[in-house]
Design a protein around this ligand. Sequence first.
Ligand code: ZN
Length: 165
Amino acid sequence: MSANDVIAEDMVVSIHYTLTLDDGNAVDSSRGREPLLYLHGAQNIVPGLEKELAGKKAGESFDVAVSPEEGYGPRMEGVEQKVPKDVMPDELEIEVGMPLSAHGPDGQTMTVWVTEVEDEHVLIDPNHPLAGKTLNFAIEVVEMRAASAEELEHGHPHGPGGHQH
Ligand code: ZN
């Protein structure tokens, strides 16, 4: 790879990011830890951010506001469900904000989030906690390299910062 390379399909890219919501609240950042590693073109990251990263070079920094439609999707209303605690595994320490695996109406696996914990029940919501929000990213492209055949097959990066398996 040379200094003139730009981000394109089938490259493993590492970025530093800070994610801020419109209320000014910084909800997530890679600063102070290892950069995030992702496989470009494999939908490892939200579509609006992946689109903006295409064509960028190592060392470049930029800001982008990603709409909910190109982020975690619009927020669906009235889809929260009350679930009795006794159907949850005993060993599970349930907390607000925790993602859980559930089975959807057609038996497919889906992720839901705990939004409220009561004495006998928990409220679960299939909306991602960032659904319906504009995502303001501050990005720095750290480096990039060609993906290996195995990474392309798996659809994610391997090695430090990637999947270890
Ligand atoms: Zn893998």
